[in-house]
Write a protein that binds this ligand. Structure first.
Ligand code: S3P
Length: 199
Protein backbone atom coordinates (compact mmCIF):
# COMPACT_ATOMS: atom_id res chain seq x y z
CA UNK A 1 0.00 0.00 0.00
CA UNK A 2 3.00 2.31 -0.51
CA UNK A 3 1.75 4.95 -2.91
CA UNK A 4 -1.67 5.29 -1.31
CA UNK A 5 -0.82 4.90 2.35
CA UNK A 6 -2.80 7.98 3.40
CA UNK A 7 -6.03 6.75 1.87
CA UNK A 8 -8.00 4.10 3.78
CA UNK A 9 -8.09 0.62 2.30
CA UNK A 10 -11.80 0.62 1.49
CA UNK A 11 -13.20 4.12 1.76
CA UNK A 12 -16.50 4.81 3.50
CA UNK A 13 -19.48 5.60 1.30
CA UNK A 14 -20.20 9.13 0.14
CA UNK A 15 -21.44 10.92 3.23
CA UNK A 16 -21.95 14.32 1.67
CA UNK A 17 -25.71 13.83 1.82
CA UNK A 18 -26.13 14.78 -1.83
CA UNK A 19 -27.32 12.51 -4.61
CA UNK A 20 -24.87 9.76 -5.57
CA UNK A 21 -22.35 11.02 -8.10
CA UNK A 22 -22.45 7.68 -9.86
CA UNK A 23 -25.34 5.69 -11.26
CA UNK A 24 -23.40 2.52 -11.98
CA UNK A 25 -20.42 0.78 -10.43
CA UNK A 26 -17.17 1.27 -12.30
CA UNK A 27 -15.06 -1.88 -12.24
CA UNK A 28 -11.35 -1.59 -12.89
CA UNK A 29 -9.87 -4.69 -14.48
CA UNK A 30 -6.35 -5.56 -15.58
CA UNK A 31 -3.31 -7.55 -14.63
CA UNK A 32 -1.46 -7.43 -11.33
CA UNK A 33 0.52 -4.20 -11.22
CA UNK A 34 -1.72 -2.34 -13.67
CA UNK A 35 -2.63 0.13 -10.92
CA UNK A 36 -6.27 -0.82 -10.33
CA UNK A 37 -6.21 0.06 -6.62
CA UNK A 38 -4.04 3.14 -7.04
CA UNK A 39 -6.15 4.59 -9.86
CA UNK A 40 -9.37 3.37 -8.25
CA UNK A 41 -8.69 5.31 -5.05
CA UNK A 42 -7.90 8.47 -6.95
CA UNK A 43 -10.95 8.07 -9.14
CA UNK A 44 -13.19 7.55 -6.10
CA UNK A 45 -11.80 10.68 -4.42
CA UNK A 46 -12.26 12.67 -7.57
CA UNK A 47 -15.86 11.55 -7.97
CA UNK A 48 -16.55 11.57 -4.20
CA UNK A 49 -17.80 8.00 -4.18
CA UNK A 50 -16.64 5.01 -2.20
CA UNK A 51 -13.77 2.83 -3.27
CA UNK A 52 -13.84 -0.93 -2.77
CA UNK A 53 -10.93 -3.27 -3.30
CA UNK A 54 -12.26 -6.75 -4.05
CA UNK A 55 -9.07 -8.44 -2.80
CA UNK A 56 -9.49 -6.74 0.58
CA UNK A 57 -13.13 -7.82 0.74
CA UNK A 58 -12.12 -11.41 0.00
CA UNK A 59 -9.49 -11.29 2.74
CA UNK A 60 -12.01 -9.89 5.21
CA UNK A 61 -14.55 -12.56 4.31
CA UNK A 62 -11.95 -15.33 4.65
CA UNK A 63 -10.26 -13.89 7.73
CA UNK A 64 -6.82 -14.36 6.19
CA UNK A 65 -4.61 -13.06 3.41
CA UNK A 66 -4.94 -14.08 -0.24
CA UNK A 67 -1.55 -15.79 0.00
CA UNK A 68 -2.89 -17.85 2.92
CA UNK A 69 -6.10 -18.72 1.05
CA UNK A 70 -4.03 -20.05 -1.87
CA UNK A 71 -1.73 -21.92 0.49
CA UNK A 72 -4.40 -23.49 2.70
CA UNK A 73 -7.28 -24.07 0.29
CA UNK A 74 -5.84 -23.72 -3.23
CA UNK A 75 -6.58 -21.43 -6.15
CA UNK A 76 -9.95 -23.00 -7.03
CA UNK A 77 -11.30 -22.17 -3.56
CA UNK A 78 -9.97 -18.62 -3.90
CA UNK A 79 -11.77 -18.27 -7.26
CA UNK A 80 -15.05 -19.47 -5.72
CA UNK A 81 -14.73 -16.90 -2.95
CA UNK A 82 -13.78 -14.22 -5.47
CA UNK A 83 -16.89 -14.99 -7.56
CA UNK A 84 -19.16 -14.73 -4.49
CA UNK A 85 -17.60 -11.50 -3.26
CA UNK A 86 -17.72 -9.90 -6.72
CA UNK A 87 -21.37 -10.87 -7.04
CA UNK A 88 -22.22 -9.29 -3.68
CA UNK A 89 -20.32 -6.11 -4.51
CA UNK A 90 -21.79 -5.80 -8.00
CA UNK A 91 -25.30 -6.12 -6.65
CA UNK A 92 -24.67 -3.39 -4.07
CA UNK A 93 -24.68 0.40 -4.45
CA UNK A 94 -22.50 2.06 -7.10
CA UNK A 95 -18.82 2.24 -6.17
CA UNK A 96 -15.42 2.30 -7.78
CA UNK A 97 -14.48 -1.36 -7.59
CA UNK A 98 -10.95 -2.63 -8.13
CA UNK A 99 -11.24 -6.27 -9.20
CA UNK A 100 -8.46 -8.78 -8.66
CA UNK A 101 -6.59 -9.58 -11.87
CA UNK A 102 -8.35 -12.90 -12.38
CA UNK A 103 -11.92 -11.80 -11.63
CA UNK A 104 -12.81 -10.71 -15.17
CA UNK A 105 -11.61 -14.10 -16.48
CA UNK A 106 -14.59 -15.77 -14.83
CA UNK A 107 -17.51 -15.94 -17.30
CA UNK A 108 -20.15 -15.57 -14.58
CA UNK A 109 -18.44 -12.53 -13.06
CA UNK A 110 -17.96 -10.98 -16.52
CA UNK A 111 -21.66 -11.40 -17.18
CA UNK A 112 -22.54 -9.74 -13.86
CA UNK A 113 -20.17 -6.90 -14.62
CA UNK A 114 -21.88 -6.40 -17.98
CA UNK A 115 -25.27 -6.30 -16.26
CA UNK A 116 -24.43 -4.06 -13.33
CA UNK A 117 -21.35 -2.01 -14.12
CA UNK A 118 -19.11 -0.22 -16.54
CA UNK A 119 -15.77 -1.97 -16.95
CA UNK A 120 -12.49 -0.20 -17.50
CA UNK A 121 -9.41 -2.17 -18.51
CA UNK A 122 -6.19 -0.57 -17.32
CA UNK A 123 -3.85 -1.88 -20.00
CA UNK A 124 -0.14 -1.92 -19.23
CA UNK A 125 2.84 -3.45 -21.00
CA UNK A 126 5.02 -6.21 -19.61
CA UNK A 127 7.83 -3.89 -18.45
CA UNK A 128 5.42 -1.76 -16.46
CA UNK A 129 3.78 -4.77 -14.83
CA UNK A 130 7.09 -6.46 -14.06
CA UNK A 131 8.57 -3.37 -12.45
CA UNK A 132 5.43 -2.53 -10.45
CA UNK A 133 5.08 -6.03 -9.02
CA UNK A 134 8.79 -6.61 -8.36
CA UNK A 135 9.85 -7.47 -4.82
CA UNK A 136 6.31 -7.68 -3.45
CA UNK A 137 5.46 -11.09 -2.08
CA UNK A 138 1.70 -10.88 -1.53
CA UNK A 139 0.66 -12.20 -4.96
CA UNK A 140 0.80 -16.01 -4.93
CA UNK A 141 0.75 -16.33 -8.73
CA UNK A 142 4.04 -14.44 -8.92
CA UNK A 143 5.78 -16.26 -6.08
CA UNK A 144 6.77 -19.36 -8.04
CA UNK A 145 9.08 -19.29 -11.04
CA UNK A 146 10.07 -16.19 -12.96
CA UNK A 147 7.44 -13.48 -12.33
CA UNK A 148 8.18 -11.76 -15.65
CA UNK A 149 7.56 -15.01 -17.54
CA UNK A 150 4.35 -15.58 -15.60
CA UNK A 151 3.15 -12.08 -16.41
CA UNK A 152 4.01 -12.59 -20.10
CA UNK A 153 1.92 -15.78 -20.17
CA UNK A 154 -0.96 -14.06 -18.37
CA UNK A 155 -0.84 -11.23 -20.93
CA UNK A 156 -1.25 -13.79 -23.71
CA UNK A 157 -4.19 -15.53 -22.09
CA UNK A 158 -5.96 -12.63 -20.44
CA UNK A 159 -5.56 -9.62 -22.72
CA UNK A 160 -8.01 -10.92 -25.35
CA UNK A 161 -10.58 -11.30 -22.56
CA UNK A 162 -9.82 -7.98 -20.84
CA UNK A 163 -10.37 -6.44 -24.29
CA UNK A 164 -14.08 -7.19 -23.79
CA UNK A 165 -14.22 -4.40 -21.17
CA UNK A 166 -16.35 -1.39 -22.07
CA UNK A 167 -13.40 0.99 -21.98
CA UNK A 168 -9.65 0.53 -22.35
CA UNK A 169 -7.21 3.04 -20.89
CA UNK A 170 -3.47 2.68 -21.35
CA UNK A 171 -1.39 3.07 -18.24
CA UNK A 172 2.38 3.09 -18.02
CA UNK A 173 4.99 5.38 -16.58
CA UNK A 174 2.58 8.32 -16.40
CA UNK A 175 1.74 9.95 -13.11
CA UNK A 176 -1.35 8.19 -11.67
CA UNK A 177 -3.27 11.48 -11.77
CA UNK A 178 -2.74 11.59 -15.54
CA UNK A 179 -4.07 8.05 -15.90
CA UNK A 180 -6.98 8.90 -13.61
CA UNK A 181 -7.84 11.94 -15.76
CA UNK A 182 -7.80 9.69 -18.82
CA UNK A 183 -10.22 7.31 -17.15
CA UNK A 184 -12.58 10.19 -16.24
CA UNK A 185 -12.44 11.45 -19.81
CA UNK A 186 -13.16 7.99 -21.24
CA UNK A 187 -16.02 7.44 -18.79
CA UNK A 188 -17.68 10.74 -19.60
CA UNK A 189 -19.22 9.38 -22.77
CA UNK A 190 -20.37 6.12 -21.20
CA UNK A 191 -21.74 6.69 -17.69
CA UNK A 192 -23.30 9.63 -15.85
CA UNK A 193 -20.64 10.98 -13.50
CA UNK A 194 -20.48 14.14 -11.52
CA UNK A 195 -17.06 15.52 -10.65
CA UNK A 196 -16.73 17.05 -7.21
CA UNK A 197 -13.14 18.27 -7.39
CA UNK A 198 -10.45 18.43 -10.02
CA UNK A 199 -7.39 16.67 -8.63
C1 S3P B 1 -4.71 -12.36 -9.08
C2 S3P B 1 -4.55 -11.02 -8.82
C3 S3P B 1 -4.51 -10.48 -7.45
C4 S3P B 1 -5.27 -11.39 -6.49
C5 S3P B 1 -4.77 -12.79 -6.59
C6 S3P B 1 -4.91 -13.38 -8.00
C7 S3P B 1 -4.77 -12.81 -10.49
O1 S3P B 1 -5.09 -9.18 -7.42
O2 S3P B 1 -6.64 -11.33 -6.72
O3 S3P B 1 -3.44 -12.80 -6.17
O4 S3P B 1 -5.24 -13.91 -10.76
O5 S3P B 1 -4.35 -12.03 -11.38
P1 S3P B 1 -4.37 -7.87 -8.05
O6 S3P B 1 -4.61 -7.91 -9.52
O7 S3P B 1 -5.13 -6.75 -7.39
O8 S3P B 1 -2.95 -7.92 -7.66
Amino acid sequence: MNETAKIPENDPPNESGGPPALTQTIVLVGLMGAGKSCIGRRLAQRLNVSFVDADTEIEQAAGCSIAEIFEKYGEAAFRDGERRVMSRLLEGPPTILAAGGGAFMDAETRQLIRQHAVSVWLRADLDTLASRTKGRGHRPLLNNGDPRETLAKLIEVRYPVYAEADITVDTGVDNPNVTCARVVEALAGVVAIEETSAS
